[in-house]
Design a protein around this ligand. Structure first.
Ligand code: RP5
Length: 166
């Protein structure tokens, strides 16, 4: 997997527990690309590559990342563990698992004990898309150009909704 955008330093880090999560997490990358938000995509597993996870989370702030989007499935501890290692906002995307359809992922990510927050999104593609939009909203607070692109995106979405079902 290569980074979707080259050039400007990434502001959003999209991490995922496995390459098998890419089918879901690519939707976050595509949304950020459409909004022209510099981002990077990495496979970082909390249990298969724990040292990579620690290194990534601890370096994120210093490298200039502003938001981390973390997707994982099953016993999905990547978002929470990442959040424990950085004060950057971490948005968690529960990837739909085969065994439990992502209910396991959702509960693993959402039910953080008080003290370390993870902003948890919906299971699957909707969560990935919304994590990207939420990351863009956070960045838009201090980026008027991005705010304009985000508002244009929302206007286009509204205008694209048909009035009749068929
Ligand atoms: C988690 O286990 C990953 O986030 C993925 O959703 C799930 C299955 O991973 P693979 O066995 O497909 O690599 O760590």
């Amino acid at each position: 997997m290569s980074d979707a955008m080259k050039g400007p330093a990434p502001l959003v880090g999209i991490i995922m527990g496995s390459r098998s999560d890419w089918e879901t997490m690519r939707h976050a990358a595509e949304m950020l690309e459409g909004l022209e938000v510099p981002h990077e995509c990495r496979v970082v597993s909390a249990h298969r590559t724990p040292h990579r996870m620690v290194d990534y989370a601890e370096a994120a702030l210093g490298r200039g990342l502003k938001v981390i989007i973390a997707g994982a499935g099953g016993a999905a501890h990547l978002p929470g563990m990442t959040a424990s290692l950085t004060r950057l906002p971490v948005l968690g995307v529960p990837v739909e698992s085969h065994a439990l359809k992502g209910q396991d992922s959702l509960l693993s990510i959402v039910q953080m004990p008080a003290g370390i927050p993870v902003g948890t999104l919906a299971i699957g593609r909707a969560g990935a898309v919304n994590a990207a939009l939420l990351a863009a909203s956070i960045l838009a607070l201090s980026d008027p150009a991005l705010a304009g692109r985000l508002e244009a995106h929302r206007r286009a979405q509204t205008e694209g909704v048909a009035e009749t079902p068929a």
